[in-house]
Structures are given as C-alpha cells and as structure tokens.
Write a protein that binds this ligand. Structure first.
Ligand code: MG
Length: 295
C-alpha cells in the first residue's frame, strides 16, 4: 500500500499547487491590536505568508496616507483598499493583465468607487444654514482640531486627515437634525457610515464590493488556479467583506460583540477566541490547516 500513500501525497501536492489563498484583512482591532496598534504577534506568520507569496490585502477605514506608512512597517507590497471600500490602490505593474476602469495616480493604479472628497464637501456646504452648527468636519476642524477630537499625535492626525473620498464629521446636533441630514445625503447619492466617534459622509461603497472587484482581477492574474478568499475583521463595517469571502474569520474584540453575518451555506465562518493580532494568527492558521496548506 506504500505506493498508494505516495500517490495520495502526489495528488495532495498537485491539489495544493492549484490553490491560491488570498487574505483580505481589516487593520484596527484585527491585524493591529485594538489598544496598542501593534502587529508584532502576527509578524512571524506574516513573514511565512510573504515567503509563500500569499497576498495579504489591507482593507481599512484608514486613508491611503495612513496605509502607506503601515505597508512599509509590514513589508507589504500588495494592493490595498482604503476609506471603507471607497477605492483600491494597486502598485503599477502588480497585475500583468490590463485592469478594468482604472486611472494612474501617484505611481498606483487607482480604482475609485465613489466621487472625490471635494464632491462630498460641496454637499456639506449646500446642506443648509439650519445644519451649520450640527456638525464639524475634519476639513473645518483643521489638523489641530483633529488632534483634539481624536487624541492622535499631530503626525498621525495629519495622515488621518488626508482623506480623498469622503469627509468625517463629528455630530453635534440633535437626533431630528441627524434624520433630516441623512435624508438630504441620500437625495445627493451619498451615505453616512457610523464609525466609533465619527460619522463618515461618502458615496455608496463598502469593503465587500471592493473585495469582489479585486478578487475578479486576481482571477485573471491566477489563470487556472482555484482562488480561496479569506477575510478577517472585527466590526460591523467588516460584515460585507466577511460575507463576500469563502472563509470569514471574525476576530474577537475587547470593545464589542462579534459582528453578526448573513453567511451562506457554502461559507466557512470561524470566530477567534483570541483578540487582535493573536486572533488573526489563530484564524489564519485554522483556515490554512483546513485547506491542508499549513501544518
Ligand atoms: Mg476593525
């Protein structure tokens, strides 16, 4: 029977060669610790994934300026999704085929799902004088104001303020004013996304839409291979991304419950016991083991 075992191993190796896992990951509270923003607990696995050429795609509410700093720290050279799915930046020449519907922008190929920040700012300007006192935007607050509102260091506030596809607002008005404002935003083709401390005004996009778009580019990139998408996130703004992947890894948060998913029967969902980057390692290891990819 020894040769049967050998055949099994050969078959398994052949099968493995056809699988291409792609990891889409939220940053804060997922790959980065909720409190310290450290990724050190995931560094060993990240190095292993880099060695295996498994892409790790940042998918975050952060700005491009913030992600560029993080990518440097993480030694990550893959495409990334910013501002809650508003846009994808892909290094020029990363994909060898011609990507659909992109523009060249600062050395990246850019796919935008919504209009630029200036568009959303003009919508704020036209919201009506009755809402003048109801909110303060990042642009109105300036860097010093953002430092005050967020508690970020000035350099971090500068990066967080470089939004390109929407405008964060601190809401100061009443609930009635908010309802009126929401209706107005919808009539303008926009949406409001509740973050922890801020409301984000932008267009209709989410992390799931951006994941699917990028995944279809990878399908052309890895012709003949079986792409397995793995998504990791800890919050409700990750649900669309988690639901769109073959494997959803829901990271335990110290701040709130697991987000609930409307997953289908074919999707694998794994909820981590550990938090932040340790949960990240737990989840990715679990899925790669399940795929027979990692001991
Ligand atoms: Mg998060």
């Amino acid at each position: 029977m020894a040769h049967c075992g050998k055949n099994y191993i050969l078959l398994q190796s052949f099968f493995m060669a056809l699988i291409e896992p792609i990891i889409f990951t939220d940053m804060d509270g997922s790959l980065l610790d909720h409190d310290t923003y450290s990724h050190v607990d995931a560094d060993e696995l990240l190095a292993w994934l880099r060695n295996k050429q498994i892409p790790v795609i940042p998918v975050t509410s952060k700005t491009r300026a913030e992600v560029l700093v993080l990518r440097e720290q993480l030694n990550n050279h893959h495409p990334f999704i910013v501002e809650n799915g508003a846009a994808i930046f892909s290094p020029v020449d990363y994909f060898k085929h011609g990507i659909r519907d992109i523009v060249e922008h600062d050395g990246y190929q850019l796919k935008e799902f919504v209009a630029s920040r200036a568009h959303w700012q003009s919508i704020l300007d036209n919201a009506g004088t009755h809402l003048n006192e109801a909110f303060i935007s990042f642009a109105q607050a300036g860097i010093e104001g953002v430092v005050e509102m967020t508690g970020l260091a000035i350099n971090e506030a500068r990066l967080a303020s470089q939004r390109e596809f929407g405008e964060p607002l601190k809401w100061l008005g009443t609930e009635e004013q908010f309802d009126a404002f929401s209706q107005y935003v919808v009539t303008q083709g926009g949406q409001l996304l509740h973050g922890g401390r801020f409301v984000h005004l932008s267009g209709c996009c989410d992390k799931g839409l951006a994941l699917r778009w990028l995944l279809s580019e990878y399908q052309q990139h890895y012709v003949g291979k079986n792409i397995v998408s793995i998504a990791l996130g800890d919050s409700h703004n990750d649900t669309a991304m988690l639901e769109a992947a073959d494997y959803a890894i829901v990271i335990r948060s110290p701040a709130h419950d697991y987000p609930s998913l409307n997953n289908n029967a074919y999707q694998h969902v794994y909820k981590t016991k550990q938090q932040g980057p340790r949960g990240w390692v737990e989840g990715v290891t679990h899925v790669l083991n399940h795929l027979g990819y990692k001991d």
